[in-house]
Design a binder for this molecule. Structure first.
Ligand SMILES: CC(C)(COP(=O)(O)OP(=O)(O)OC[C@H]1O[C@@H](n2cnc3c(N)ncnc32)[C@H](O)[C@@H]1OP(=O)(O)O)[C@@H](O)C(=O)NCCC(=O)NCCS
Length: 243
């Protein structure tokens, strides 16, 4: 599926990427590295994805989708997410709130090809989690994911005013083409290697482990809340009995 109702699918565009885009620079992957757990999302995360998107204000929705998406349009987008064909991943807070998410929409593979040649990247980070490098990290994660699936070019459709998104693309070495209020960025990906596959596998397992720990902590906190409630109602009951 496309990332915006209006934008054409990546495979219908004539991309200059094969001739003029620079290879992904090492800058994006090496700058100030601290591990951020990025987890793949599936159908069971639809509710959390919807909560994340619905928390975005009108301007953010406009930047993300290219139009001021209504709650109903975003719910429809979430319902239509195809987790088999595309890839969706996110960053969870300790309270298991989805604070950042990205959608990597793969173009349909051309006849005779086993992998799509291009994938479109879309991302959103909740306002209170911005400026901490999550947008960049999700982009790097998408780069790794896409190249390991044989994708040659990553495509970003952004509004020209979207400085942060275009900075992420430029920093990674993308060719950026402005057309009035809209801008397209094409990033040529290097081919996959054994190291890129091992890197993805390790990252996925570590992120899964981190998610389980957070879920466990969340459940334990929930139990403490219930215990506190039981304790306070017992205390109340015994006070009433004493009176
Ligand atoms: C675009 C967006 C995902 C960036 O997320 P983020 O986590 O804040 O971005 P990062 O912290 O990784 O910053 C990436 C770069 O942009 C820069 N940047 C971040 N916010 C910026 C801003 N408001 N103005 C200018 N530069 C900004 C950062 O300094 C960084 O550049 P650097 O690495 O050269 O220092 C976030 O602003 C967002 O969700 N916006 C609404 C939805 C949207 O626009 N999606 C993109 C369209 S698909």
């Amino acid at each position: 599926m496309t990332l915006s109702g209006d934008a054409p699918t990546p495979d219908t565009r004539s991309s200059p990427a094969s001739s003029s885009a620079q290879p992904a620079s090492a800058k994006a992957v090496s700058a100030s590295w601290t591990w951020v757990p990025i987890r793949s999302l599936g159908p069971r995360h639809r509710e959390r994805i919807a909560a994340h998107l619905l928390a975005l204000g009108p301007h953010d929705r406009y930047l993300r989708f290219g139009y001021p998406a209504t709650d109903a349009q975003m719910s429809k987008y979430v319902d239509m997410l195809d987790f088999e064909h595309d890839e969706v991943f996110g960053i969870f807070s300790r309270r298991l709130e989805l604070i950042a998410m990205a959608h990597l929409a793969h173009a349909t593979a051309k006849p005779g090809a086993t992998t799509p040649s291009m994938s479109e990247f879309g991302v959103s980070v909740l306002p209170n989690a911005r400026g901490r490098g999550f947008g960049r990290r999700l982009f790097e994660h998408a780069m790794l994911h896409a190249r390991n699936r044989g994708v040659q070019t990553l495509f970003i459709h952004a509004l020209s005013e979207n400085v942060a998104m275009l900075k992420i693309a430029r920093n990674a070495g993308a060719t950026v083409e402005r057309d009035g209020s809209e801008t397209e960025a094409f990033l040529k990906l290097p081919p996959d290697t054994l190291a890129s596959h091992v890197g993805e596998m390790v990252e996925q397992q570590a992120a899964e482990f981190d998610y389980r720990l957070k879920r466990h902590a969340h459940q334990v906190n929930g139990m403490f809340d219930v215990l506190a409630e039981v304790k306070s109602s017992l205390a109340k009951t015994s006070r009433i009995a004493e009176e």
